[in-house]
Write a new protein. Structure first.
Length: 109
């Protein structure tokens, strides 16, 4: 994928895993331990949620900081289910490059 690997949002995304997924609804879990800079991690989680919420095809984003999880409801006709796997793993999958680029652009705005 053609995104700056040092971009904080990308590092945050790489620390997420899929906890549960059915087309149209996905729950992501932060697997990385909470670091010393908890405020920076919280800010990145908020930026991730806001960036997702601004994307076409995203219906809702719900962050749960205590559970270190995020539930996303999305239009499966606009965002293929495989795009989420590709986004989190860094592998090419249908829609993953567009999903990542849209997230990064929204975060930079």
């Amino acid at each position: 994928m053609s995104v700056d690997l040092d971009f904080p949002l990308l590092r945050f995304i790489r620390a997420l895993t899929i906890a549960h997924h059915i087309p149209g609804r996905i729950r992501l879990k932060l697997t990385a331990p909470l670091g010393a800079d908890l405020m920076a991690q919280a800010a990145e989680a908020k930026r991730f949620g806001q960036s997702l919420g601004a994307m076409p095809g995203i219906r809702s984003v719900s962050l749960n900081p205590l559970a270190k999880s995020c539930t996303i409801e999305y239009d499966a006709r606009m965002i293929p289910a495989s795009a989420w796997d590709g986004l989190l793993s860094g592998q090419d999958a249908p829609g993953s490059e567009i999903l990542l680029q849209t997230l990064v652009n929204a975060a930079k705005a």
